[in-house]
Each structure stands twice: as structure tokens, then as C-alpha cells.
Design a protein around this ligand. Structure first.
Ligand code: S3P
Length: 435
């Protein structure tokens, strides 16, 4: 499917983007493991998160849809958990395109008393799984990566009793941290994970929401097993990573005024706001209280400007805004001066190599980009021109470049746009309201 965009003068209005992807995955897993019934509202019904929900069903959780939103999909679910006693799945588990789904589920399956198998699409089958296999094997699990590419899915997991570990993450990854913490819920004793930098802390917050012990001391996170999560309803805030496309869209079109409603403002995720402010974007944030499930959220109003300029992303910001770098690079191309990303080698092992795919599409639109092993420099100030662009099957690349089309001369055609459903069902309709 192709999606089109073209030059627009400004964006006005109010938009509510779908629920947070990271929190929805974790809500599905913890709700599915808990004792009792959890109602999750504003769940992200994207392919990634629905796959994780189906995986939990395969493991014995009961999932009922309580509410469907027209033209969008199911948003409110009732999950009856298995009280930490998942059943052996009858079939291999399909994780689709989702690294988060596969890595988090692997943590849980490593500690279950049965064998299981997980597979994914071509992109997921080329992403590194050694990063979770290593700590989970240290905990006592046996995991085989049987993919054509070494260290990659499909994964065969011989689950069983796991023991606590103390582990220092070699890279700043919330997925690896969470895989270990989920396995640790089944282990007898204290497991500790040390991070090289702060990574998103949704697992820690949801652990507390489900009454699972969790302590955080600077970069160190610990949990005490065995744990029995207690079911607890929650509402998922809107995904700041999805809101980021519209933040850049509005910030870069002078005269715009766009309010994004009920967006998650967790401080381990909101560096995209500070980066954009440094680039000259004007934004007002109205936080809502109380928090829901330990997650802060609020409304973000973005005002357009004709004076965006580049910035250097700070090394400590990289894990916080890693998913927003493609759309920030688009903002960099639209502003004056240099937009500099370094220390971001992790971008090369996302749904695509996002240094290569972002740079390739920016160049196709006429921007000047230098690529490095660990990042890129976008030399801003060129007038972007509409182009026929590939999505490379990467949802965030597809959305970033449809937004770039708002500031380009001529039409932009984005091919293979189905991948957007990975994280943002309803994007096409939201896009259409501005064209
Ligand atoms: C995620 C963590 C990040 C992020 C991904 C979601 C999560 O990946 O890029 O989209 O939900 O834990 P890493 O943990 O690999 O950095």
C-alpha cells in the first residue's frame, strides 16, 4: 500500500495518538502472569502488541475485548492471569515484527517448566538475540537461536528453574533489562541489573503497580523472587514516540498550533521534548494528575516556527529518544545548521538499520547527510523535494517521511506503508485530516 503526503501550510487542532507500545507489551505480559483480573484501557491494538497478547493467551491467560473504537480496533481488554503458572504453548509463538515482544517473552519463557519456540518476520529474524540469551543462560535457561543468521530467531527455549543473578548490561537496553527482571520473578532470591545509562523504566513502574518488589538505586534495578503479581487495572497513556511525528510536523510548519492529548511523559522517554526545544520548537506541557499505573502523562501543545535549527543529541539522551531519531533527523533537515547524532550504534539493529534508512530517504528528498558507524550529521537548510520513498518495512521510517512530505515541494509517495500498523493503527486517518 502506498500513502501520499504533500506540502501543507500549517497543522491546527487536537489529536489523541494511540496507547504506548512499550507499556502495552508489559501490561499484556504482567496482566497475563498475574493472579486475578486486570482491565487494560487504551491498550495499543497494533500488530506488535496484539501478538504479545495472543502469546499470553497461548500460555493460558484469558483475554476478552471490552471495547472497540470505530475505525481503529479493540482498546479495552480484560485479562485473566495464570497466577505465575503459564501453560505450555501448543504451537510456536509468533512475535511478528516485535523485538520487545520476543525479548520480553523470552525472559518469562526461560523460567517456565516447558520448551517453547518463538519466531518473527524477516526483520525480527535478523535482530540480535544473544543479548538476552547470555543473561538468561546465566540464570540457568537453555536457549538456542536457530535462525539463518547466527544469534537470531527462531528461538528454542528449554525453560526451567532459574536462579537469581547480578548482571551488568553491556548496552543500554530496556528490553534486555526487562527480560532479566521477568525471569527473576520466577527465581528464588534477589536479581540485580546494572545499566550503563538510564533506560525506559516501564517494567519497574508496572512491577510496583502489580505489587512485585522492585527497587531502583541510580542505574541499578533489583527485584526479589519468587513473586506473584497482583492484578491491577490500568490505563495506558498515549505513546510519546507516536506523538513525536506530530510534534515535528507542527513545530516545523509556521503558524501551526496542535495539541496532543494525554501523552506519556515518563522522564525516561521524554528527551524528544527537550531535544526539540533545543532545536527552537515552542511547546507547552500541561501535566495531568494523578499519574496512572505510576506513569505521568499530560497534554502537549506545539506551536509552529520558521526558525528551527540543529542540535547535538547528548550521549545520555540517546537511549531515552532512540526511537525518535528518524523523525528528529527530519526536523534537523528542515532546520538550519547541523543536527548531530553520535553514540547511537543501536540504531543499526532496530526494525531496520535506521542510520542507513533515515540517511537514504533524507538524501532522496535532497538533504545532505553524513553517515557514521554510530550516527549521522544532517546538514540542514536544503529545500526538501517530494519523492517516491521506500519504507524498508519500518513503521517509524514510513511515518517520519510522510511528515517530511508536509514541508517538501511536490508530492511524496511512501511505498509499503502497511508496516505502520506495527505501532500506529489509525495513522492514515490522522494523516488525512491534515492533507
Ligand atoms: C523498548 C526498548 C527500546 C526501544 C524499543 C522498545 C522497550 O529498545 O527501541 O522500541 O519497550 O523496552 P532497546 O531496549 O533494545 O534499546
Amino acid at each position: 500500500m502506498n500513502l501520499h503526503s504533500h506540502f501543507i501550510s500549517s497543522l491546527q487542532g487536537v489529536l489523541t495518538v494511540p496507547g504506548d507500545k512499550s507499556i502495552s507489551h508489559r501490561a499484556a505480559i504482567l496482566g497475563g502472569l498475574a493472579q486475578g483480573v486486570t482491565e487494560v484501557d487504551n491498550f495499543l491494538c497494533s500488530e506488535d502488541c496484539l501478538n504479545t497478547l495472543r502469546a499470553m493467551e497461548q500460555l493460558g491467560a484469558t483475554v476478552e475485548v471490552l471495547e472497540e473504537r470505530e475505525g481503529y480496533g479493540p482498546v479495552r481488554f480484560r485479562i485473566t492471569g495464570v497466577a505465575m503458572k503459564p501453560a505450555a504453548p501448543e504451537r510456536p509463538i509468533d512475535c511478528g515484527n516485535s523485538g520487545t515482544g520476543m525479548r520480553l517473552l523470552a525472559g518469562m519463557l526461560a523460567a517456565c517448566p516447558f520448551d517453547s519456540e518463538m519466531f518473527g518476520d524477516a526483520s525480527l529474524s535478523s535482530r540480535p538475540m544473544g543479548r538476552i540469551m547470555q543473561p538468561l543462560e546465566q540464570m540457568g535457561a537453555r536457549i538456542e537461536a536457530r535462525g539463518a543468521k547466527p544469534g537470531c530467531a527462531p528461538l528454542f527455549i528449554r525453560g526451567g528453574r532459574v536462579h537469581p543473578i547480578s548482571y551488568t548490561l553491556p548496552m543500554a537496553s530496556a528490553q534486555v533489562k526487562s527480560a532479566i527482571l521477568l525471569a527473576a520473578m520466577f527465581a528464588d532470591g534477589v536479581t540485580t541489573v546494572r545499566q550503563p545509562a538510564i533506560t525506559r523504566d516501564h517494567t519497574e513502574r508496572l512491577f510496583r503497580h502489580f505489587s512485585v518488589p522492585c527497587t531502583v538505586d541510580g542505574l541499578t534495578v533489583s527485584t526479589q523472587g519468587p513473586a506473584l503479581p497482583a492484578a491491577h487495572d490500568l490505563t495506558v497513556p498515549a505513546d510519546i514516540s507516536s506523538a513525536a511525528f506530530w510534534m515535528v510536523a507542527a513545530a516545523s510548519r509556521p503558524g501551526s498550533r496542535l495539541t496532543l492529548r494525554q501523552v506519556g511523559l515518563n522522564k525516561t522517554r521524554n528527551a524528544v521534548i527537550s531535544a526539540l526545544k533545543r532545536m527552537g520548537a515552542r511547546m507547552d506541557i500541561a501535566t495531568t494528575s494523578p499519574e496512572d499505573a505510576g506513569e505521568p502523562y499530560g497534554d502537549i501543545t506545539v506551536y509552529g516556527s520558521d526558525s528551527l535549527h540543529g542540535t547535538s543529541l547528548l550521549p545520555e539522551e540517546i537511549p531515552n529518544l532512540i526511537d525518535e531519531i528518524p523523525i528528529l533527523a527530519v526536523a534537523g533537515a528542515l532546520g538550519q545548521g547541523d543536527f548531530i547524532v553520535r553514540n547511537a550504534r543501536e540504531l543499526r539493529v532496530k526494525e531496520t538499520d535506521r542510520i542507513a534508512t533515515t540517511a537514504a530517504n533524507l538524501r532522496l528528498m535532497g538533504a545532505d547527510v553524513e553517515e557514521f558507524d554510530d550516527g549521522m550529521v544532517v546538514h540542514g537548510g536544503a529545500t526538501l523535494k517530494g519523492a517516491e520513498l521506500p519504507s524498508y518495512g519500518d513503521h517509524r521510517i514510513a511515518m517520519s517521511f510522510l511528515v517530511a512530505g508536509f514541508s517538501a515541494q511536490g508530492d511524496t509517495v511512501l511505498a509499503d506503508a502497511e508496516c505502520i500498523n506495527t505501532s500506529y493503527p489509525g495513522f492514515e486517518r490522522d494523516l488525512a485530516q491534515f492533507l
